[in-house]
Design a protein around this ligand. Sequence first.
Ligand code: NAD
Length: 266
Amino acid sequence: MQISLDKQVALVTGASSGLGAAAAKALAAAGAAVVVNYNSHAEPAERLVAEIREAGGKAIAVGADVSKEDDVERLFAATIDTYGALDILVANSGLQRDAATVDMTLADWNKVIEVNLTGQFLCARAALRQFQKQGPRSWLSRAAGKIIHMSSVHQLIPWAGHVNYAASKGGIDLLMRSIAQEVGEQRIRVNSIAPGAIRTAINEENTQGDAEKKLLELIPYGRVGEVDDVANAVVWLASDLSDYVHGTTLFIDGGMSLYPGFRNNG
Ligand code: NAD
C-alpha cells in the first residue's frame, strides 16, 4: 500500500540529523513539503534540503531554537509564509546532559527540560493555533492536523544517571495525552513515538563494538534500530492509514520495554 502525503505540509524540528533528518526525508518522499528545522548548524540542514529537492521533493531549512518562544513563532511564521499552511508537526528535537543526580547541575537539568519538554510544548501550541486558524483541509486528510511527539522508551523505563532526560520524556507522555484529550473533538490527532536504541549521534558511544553487544542484551528482537524504523512509523502516523490512532505512544524499540531482564526467569 502506497502512502501519499501529497500537498501536505510537514514541519520537523531537529531535522538536520538522526531521526529528524530521516523523518523529513521520508515525509518528503511521501509527497509532503517539508520544513527542516535546525538549531545551530545550517549546513547539514541545507544539504538535506538539497537532497530532498534533487529527489523531486519540496523543502526549506529554517533555524530556530525550540526552547525559545520567539524562535518557535518565527519558525512557524516561516512555514506559513512559504507553504501557506501546516498539516503535520513532528516535535523531534531533543538532547541529553547526563550525570549522576548528586552531580547534576541545575543548568543541565534546565537545559534538557527546556529543549525536550518546553520545546515540545511550544511547538505543539504553535501547531494547534495554526490548525485552528486554517480549519480542516479535508481534501488532503481526514484529520484537521497531526502532531507527533518524539518521546523515548524512557518515558516508561527509569534511567539512572539521566534523570533530566527521563523526566522530560515522562513529561511528554502526559503532555501528549492531555493535548490529545483536549483537541480530539477538533479532529486534531496527537500521538507519540517512543524509540528504543536507534543508531544516531545521540547514542553513538553505545551502539558500537562491545557497547553494542551489551546494549543488545536489552533488546529482545536482537538488533539496534535504524533511523528508517522510526521514519516509516512517522509517515504512517502522519497519514490517514492511522486516522483512528489518537493519544497513543507507539514504542519502536525491538522489545526494549518488555523487561528483557526477566527472559530467563528474572
Ligand atoms: P540527534 O542528536 O541526531 O538529534 C537531535 C536533534 O535535536 C539535533 O538535530 C539537534 O540539533 C536538535 N536540537 C537540539 N537542541 C535543539 C534546540 N534547542 N532547538 C532545535 N533543535 C535542537 O539524535 P536523535 O537520536 O535523532 O534524537 C531525536 C529525538 O529522538 C530526540 O528527542 C531523542 O530524545 C529521541 N530519541 C532518540 C533515541 C535514539 O536511540 N536515537 C531513542 C529515544 C528517543
